[in-house]
Design a protein around this ligand. Structure first.
Ligand code: AMP
Ligand code: MG
Length: 412
């Protein structure tokens, strides 16, 4: 179990992740539909958002104050004649001449002839003149026409997940409806003779099915539509039937049955239907037995993941591997996985050989982020996972990490 004696089939974390990304990048674009602007939140853009005019469309004042010619403010204090007022939404017909100023509000168009706005805080109005005590440079507090985007420019590309900023961009160009990609259907198939439905009372040696629910919630959170199948027993024929049903969806996510036990039948059954395995394990913890592959089906080639059944392993391997595939199936442009950093609050001791994604809690406040292990009792510890809000990523060669060291953190 160390990288020094790698099994040909078990990949490093990075190789496994790249393998999924490579296959995800080759996905065909899904079909699309048109929805109301607000219904589009959380979906994926199937069309670009283009600027329908210059942004800003006029020389916009960014401060309340006086529009003027910067050259008039030498020497200071300067006294200028106030020839009018422009509030946001209004325009001003006159051209400003030397020695003149116009009272202006944030968001209003700067009048022709002005080249700067001086903030009201540096002025005092006396009748129809204003005294100014602070210099400005030409261009100060005025946003030039088209400086944010020129008419016809692409504000947002297709393939973007639609968040509030994308909604704002679409609203600003007058799109009341958006073309979005169809959500990928993701089949969720939990396996295990000991696993019973949540509505049933488990026997003494049974456990309730939590993985189907956690996976379904994760699928929905990344923009997929979960199709939860009945729990498959550790019996090849029934398992095969359910796998075939699952392969009717755009992607199949299995949980359990991928370890080395006698009744871990997922790989065997997938082999029987001539599946091709692209990953058969990664040097990670939790989640080492994860598998990934594809197979031909009557409705085309389909990908599948076999996520290890331990609930924490299931959640982590979903985030690490299944997520980018679902994003790609939903038409999303893929981003590389990147970790953030946090300062370690209490020392970590691990064995070398595996890249670890340890449930952790990020705390502190403002610039003082600190991170520590959530104190899990192993890969089955669901309770700890509810308290964890991130993972500490420990490289395979680290045995001990001291308090105060910067560690990599994967957000959850
Ligand atoms: P397996 O990967 O099938 O060897 O399962 C590993 C561990 O995860 C066992 O302790 C299982 O009981 C547990 N497990 C498997 N499937 C589920 C499930 N759907 N919900 C909750 N726990 C599960
Ligand atoms: Mg099992």
């Amino acid at each position: 179990m160390s990288p020094a004696s790698p099994s040909a089939e078990i990949l490093s974390f990075e190789d496994a992740r790249h393998c999924v990304e490579t296959h995800a990048a080759r996905m065909r674009m899904p079909a699309s539909e048109t929805v109301e602007l607000l219904q589009a939140a959380g979906r994926v853009l199937a069309e670009a958002v283009m600027a329908d005019r210059d942004f800003p469309p006029f020389r916009r004042a960014t401060r309340d104050g006086y529009a003027l010619r910067a050259a008039d403010l030498d020497p200071l204090p300067a006294v200028l004649k106030v020839i009018g007022e422009i509030k946001a939404g209004n325009s001003f017909a006159l051209t400003l001449a030397a020695g003149q100023a116009v009272a202006i509000m944030t968001g209003a168009p700067a009048p022709t002839g002005s080249d700067a706005v001086v903030m009201v805080e540096y002025t005092s109005l006396r009748g129809d003149t204003v005294e100014i005590i602070q210099a400005v440079k030409a261009g100060d507090n005025i946003v030039p026409v088209g400086s944010e985007a020129k008419r016809g420019a692409r504000l947002v590309s297709e393939g973007a997940r639609i968040d509030h900023a994308v909604i704002a961009a679409a609203a600003s160009v007058g799109m009341t409806r958006l073309r979005v990609y169809r959500r990928p259907r993701v089949a969720v198939l939990a396996t295990g003779d000991e696993v019973v439905d949540v509505a049933k009372t488990p026997g003494p040696s049974q456990i309730r099915n939590s993985n189907s629910y956690s996976i379904a919630a994760q699928v929905e959170a990344v923009g997929g539509e979960a199709v939860v199948l009945p729990v498959a027993p550790d019996e090849p024929r029934e398992l095969c039937k359910l796998i075939k049903r699952g392969l009717e969806a755009d992607l199949l996510l299995l949980s359990g049955g991928v370890s080395a036990g006698k009744y871990d039948l997922v790989e065997q059954v997938l082999e029987e239907i001539s599946a091709e395995f692209l990953i058969r394990g990664a040097w990670i913890q939790p989640g080492k037995p994860v598998v990934f592959g594809r197979t031909a089906t009557p409705s085309g080639e389909k990908y599948f993941f076999g996520l290890p059944g331990n609930p924490v392993s299931t959640m982590v391997t979903f985030d690490l591997f299944a997520r980018p595939m679902i994003q790609a199936l939903g038409g999303q442009v893929l981003r590389k996985l990147v970790f953030l950093s946090g300062r370690l609050k209490s020392a970590i001791k691990t064995k070398t050989g595996l890249k670890r994604f340890l449930p952790a809690i990020i705390s502190g406040e403002f610039e003082g982020a600190e991170v520590e292990l959530a104190g899990w009792q192993g890969s089955g510890d669901i309770a700890t996972m509810t308290r964890a809000n991130c993972y500490i990523v420990v490289p395979p060669d680290r045995e001990r990490i001291e308090v105060g060291e910067w560690v990599s953190v994967m957000q959850r």
